[in-house]
Write a protein that binds this ligand. Sequence first.
Ligand code: ADP
Ligand code: MG
Length: 284
Amino acid sequence: ELNSIPRRRERIDEFYTIGAKLGKGSFSVVFEGTERSTGIKYAVKVIKRSLIKQKLLDREIEIMTSLRHPNILFCKEVYEDDESIFLILELIKGGELYDKIVDQGEYSEEESRRIVRQIVDAVEYLHQNGIAHRDLKPENILCEILPGSTEELQLIHIKVADFGLSKMFSREDLFTKCGSPIYVAPEVISSKPYDQSVDLWSIGIITYVLLTGCFPFYEEKKNFKILYEKISNVRYEFPSDPQLSTEARDFVSRLLVREGKDRMTPQQCKEHPWLQNRHQKDRT
Ligand code: ADP
Ligand code: MG
């Protein structure tokens, strides 16, 4: 059982100095905050109560504050007053994986593998605790560039953020920064009930995007009908450039599968030759 932390009714500004704005979501604003007693910097996510149903907010905050994993954004404390909820989150300086991909174009197989392994670890932990993220995408993955990174190999530590809240934002969150619902799984489109395996579909999409710099399912003119049809029938191709290893293609193709039950589990992802960095050559 997970143990969540209590919510504090004290005034947040007695304990934290609120600084510059770091970002903004559809239901929140995020500021830098310095803890007065230690001088340590955090991110303070301010959510207005009026925008969200109380019961959902309570449940999701409880989930968020009870998770402890190196690849999941850590929530240290929660403050509240009559108007707002304040989540005190660890401060992540490297920005969103989304922006990294836009800057970089695509990642090498080695870099992609290192990132995907961390996402799989986070998702395995969530699922073991009975939680599905439901909205995994590069906008919701925060990054830290580690020392020792070179031109050839960027070492990134990732933190999955913004989970749990996705359920109440679900309609909004079908859409990404590109304004297109390119991450949704077939069962979400067909409004069937869905389970944890939606996260494995998302890992398939993210892996494809990391490796190629493009989306597996895309429609230029925001033609959602065609886009949805492509997703439902899992119609996608691998680009000829960059050339991907057989293992990488196999990994993606075992996640971008129509039926959730036929997708790899996090455990199976970890055992897959691509994540294990075992090549066909080595096996013969
Ligand atoms: P919402 O749930 O409203 O979408 P997010 O949690 O995505 O809000 O936060 C909005 C933005 O604030 C993020 O896209 C990110 O750029 C920034 N941000 C959020 N949490 C942190 C953090 N812990 N450290 C640094 N920046 C953050
Ligand atoms: Mg967000």
